[in-house]
Design a protein around this ligand. Structure first.
Ligand SMILES: Nc1ncnc2c1ncn2[C@@H]1O[C@H](COP(=O)(O)OP(=O)(O)OP(=O)(O)O)[C@@H](O)[C@H]1O
Ligand SMILES: [Mg+2]
Length: 251
């Protein structure tokens, strides 16, 4: 098992004069779920895009299972699965056509693919594969995207706000599945705004604010460092939103 499944080394991304990510360094090991937290606009999605080869960093390094993301783009894409926050798929395909297309791109055996599709569709209550994706709701798109990624059993998984738009049952199943995959050796990087999810699911948590990783560790380590109990209090104090109560008092 490769220890360092995901490596971000001093990653920076500037959009004109906007500094979206300002020197982020961390590692995720195989078997680990890493939660990436931060306020809106902190740089979470931009970091995920650089690690998955969608966006070229201004500087710094991204590695997946020892491979440089920009030197070996195809090998990296074979090994990773990415669930973006806004699933963009082919509206003119049916759900099943899309899954079969993904299966063929990744050279999946038909029998194995069909078995995985039926297991995952069962788990997520996906009973709309014969409909066109263009007619799907946000949650339906998200579920189809999850099935298309999880059916490949990638060794490294990236998920951007994976539970947003999912109903309670599907969110619960996703959480259980991710834990199972991690226990089987997958490395999982997920962004979330839902502190409870980070608290319950993630082995380690990184908090990013204004493009900088300001703290990182297990929940217990974060508690010790900040002398606060709940992740909500840790998060709010670290991201400079302590004045929240004052603002609300003044409303
Ligand atoms: N393509 C782009 N062009 C210009 N600026 C961008 C682009 N993508 C992101 N940014 C800027 O980079 C910063 C970080 O954005 P990013 O999407 O990474 O934040 P985020 O942490 O994912 O936020 P959210 O929690 O709202 O999803 C923001 O200031 C955003 O406006
Ligand atoms: Mg985002």
């Amino acid at each position: 098992m490769v220890e360092k499944a995901i490596v971000a080394r001093n990653l920076k991304k500037f959009f004109g004069s906007t500094v979206a990510v300002n020197g982020v360094t961390f590692e995720v090991k195989s078997g680990e779920i890493y939660g990436f937290l931060g306020p809106n606009g902190a740089g979470k999605t931009t970091t995920l895009r650089m690690l998955t080869g969608i966006l070229k960093p201004t500087s710094g390094k991204a590695e997946i299972l020892g491979l440089d993301v920009f030197k070996h783009p195809l090998q990296v894409k074979e090994k990773i699965g990415v669930v973006p926050d806004e699933p963009n798929m082919y509206d003119n395909l049916t759900g099943r056509e899309f899954l079969e297309f993904i299966g063929s791109v990744f050279s999946m055996k038909k029998e194995e693919m069909n078995e995985r599709i039926s297991e995952l569709c069962n788990a997520f209550d996906v009973n709309f594969l014969s409909k066109f994706i263009g007619d799907y709701s946000h949650g339906m798109r998200q579920k189809l995207m999850l099935v298309s990624v999880l059916m490949r059993r990638p060794k490294v998984l990236f998920l951007d706000e994976p539970t947003v738009g999912l109903d309670a049952k599907s969110a619960k199943i996703l959480k259980m599945l991710l834990r199972k995959y991690a226990d089987e050796g997958a490395a999982i990087f997920m962004t979330t705004h839902v502190l409870e999810i980070a608290e319950k699911m993630c082995d380690r948590i990184g908090i990013i604010n204004e493009g900088k990783l300001i703290v990182e560790g297990t929940l217990n380590e974060l508690r010790q460092r900040s002398k606060k109990e709940s992740l909500e209090d840790i998060f709010l104090s670290l991201t400079g939103e302590d004045e929240l109560r004052e603002v609300i008092d003044n409303l």
